[in-house]
Design a protein around this ligand. Structure first.
Ligand code: UD1
Length: 426
């Protein structure tokens, strides 16, 4: 187990480059299963989840070459793919569920262990299952595995999602591209990562209309061809650096990032007092005074992203004023608040609302990263706390942030990766 020692007080200044999006690349990797042959994915972030997905694809029969330094993956998929996603991998990464749609479409059968993943709420699979059932798949469960069959192939269907679920939309799109006939998904999620997936599927020969809207119409084709595709930039990593600039009253140029994928979040930073400007390579965020408190309501895209909620709670914890943050996607995401309170933050939660009274100072203490974004929020708080903050369980942070400590150090932050077992008891 490793920990980060974060020493507060430094302003972050300089530039960072944003890698490809974790939440896109994992689905692009699953989508590679849909075509026999070599698919190449570039702009791949150097994170643990990519290795877990690569291992899953290998067990399904694909030959995967991952070159982390080049940010490149080559996935060679055989004519006949396996159908089992084992618990040891799915448990480590919930996004493994993204192989469900491709496996049913390609193999006519899928045995996928029921997922674990981030400890941020119940995260059901009902919309994935109901949508695939409408397309002709039959489901059962045995020994902790979800078992799906559609040996005769899937057929097109009309699907209305109760909620624009990211994972369900992706699984249904990946199943529909090889189904017989036309599938219409209404109330589909329209995150930039879903648009990225649809773009790659289009290059593979899929026919998808309405990309980027909440109604996707997919005309199934007989087969798809492998392709080469560059992963869209990680808007959550970009948004994290932007919030880091604001909380440390710093100045960060965030390269290879698109402001149009972060409109609400950047607007909130401007309300908090930051200056955001476009640069030729991305955008730059500067903050010259103590941030002002801002209210946040998380919603599916294009609403405020739940994956930036902990970072904005950290910002509000040291801001001038009182704020309310409403979490509409993951009920357990406020577990992070208990950790933040250990640093002296004044936060009270009631159901899916958090009320935050900004404090001028936080004070360093040992805290635990409860999920990847909570971990980022705690590091941010540590950067402005007096003394040293020890962030435990940093493997969560490594799942989403490539070269995190190097980049932070390069910006002037004081952060060190240490062996947690070697730390004196707190
Ligand atoms: C993805 C992202 C995650 C992000 C989330 C919302 C990945 C790997 N993860 O997660 O970082 O926070 O989108 O933007 O891309 N739900 C159901 N039944 C279903 C499906 C979902 O009840 O069949 C519920 C979940 O419990 C959750 C909410 O819907 O409360 C949102 O889930 P969803 O949009 O599917 O998120 P993920 O794909 O899991």
């Amino acid at each position: 187990m490793e920990a980060f020692l974060v020493t507060g007080g430094n302003r972050l200044e300089g530039s960072v480059e944003v890698p490809g999006a974790k939440n896109s690349v994992l689905k692009l990797m699953a989508a590679a299963l849909l075509a026999q042959g070599k698919t190449t994915i570039t702009h791949v972030p150097e994170i643990l989840d990519v290795e877990i997905m690569a291992e899953l694809l290998r067990r399904l029969g694909a030959d995967v070459v991952y070159r982390p330094l080049e940010g490149e993956l080559v996935i060679d998929v055989p004519e006949v793919v396996g159908h089992k996603a084992d618990y040891d991998l799915v448990r480590r990464m919930r996004a493994s569920i993204a192989v469900l749609g491709p496996l049913i479409a390609r193999a006519g059968v899928a045995d996928v262990a029921l997922p674990g993943g981030d400890a941020i709420g119940s995260r059901g699979l009902d919309m994935h299952i109901e949508g695939l059932q409408r397309m002709g798949a039959e489901f059962g469960s045995e020994h902790g595995f979800l078992i799906a069959h559609a040996e005769g192939g899937l057929h097109g269907a009309q699907i209305w999602l109760d909620f624009p679920s990211v994972g369900a939309t992706e699984n249904l799109v990946m199943a529909a591209v090889l189904a017989k006939g036309t599938t219409v998904i209404d109330n589909a999620a329209r995150e930039p990562e879903i648009v990225d997936l649809c773009h790659m599927l289009g290059k593979m020969g899929a026919h998808i209309e309405g990309v980027g809207s909440s109604t996707l119409t997919i005309h199934g084709v007989e087969s798809l061809q492998p392709t080469t595709h560059a992963t869209v930039a990680d808007r959550i990593v970009a948004g994290t650096w932007a919030t880091m600039a604001a909380i440390t009253m710093g100045d960060i140029a965030i390269d290879y990032a698109a402001t149009e994928h972060l409109e609400i979040a950047l607007d909130k930073l401007i309300t908090a007092g930051a200056t955001v400007e476009q640069t030729g390579r991305g955008f730059r965020v500067r903050m010259e005074r103590r941030p002002k408190a801002v209210d946040i309501v998380t919603l599916p895209y294009p609403g405020f992203p739940t994956d930036l909620q902990p970072q904005f709670i950290a910002l509000n914890a040291v801001a001038d004023g009182v704020s309310m943050v409403t979490e509409n996607l993951f009920e357990a995401r406020f577990r992070f608040v208990n950790e933040l309170s250990r640093l002296g933050a004044n936060v009270r939660t009631d159901g899916h609302h958090a009320f935050i009274k900004g404090r001028k100072r936080l004070s360093g203490a040992p805290v635990e990263a409860t999920d990847v974004r909570a971990g980022a929020g705690l590091v941010m708080a540590g950067l402005v706390a007096e003394g040293v903050t020890t962030v435990l369980d940093v493997h969560h942070i490594d799942r989403g942030y490539a070269r995190f400590t190097d980049l932070l150090t390069g910006l002037g932050g004081k952060i060190e990766r240490v062996d947690a077992d070697a730390l004196a008891p707190a």
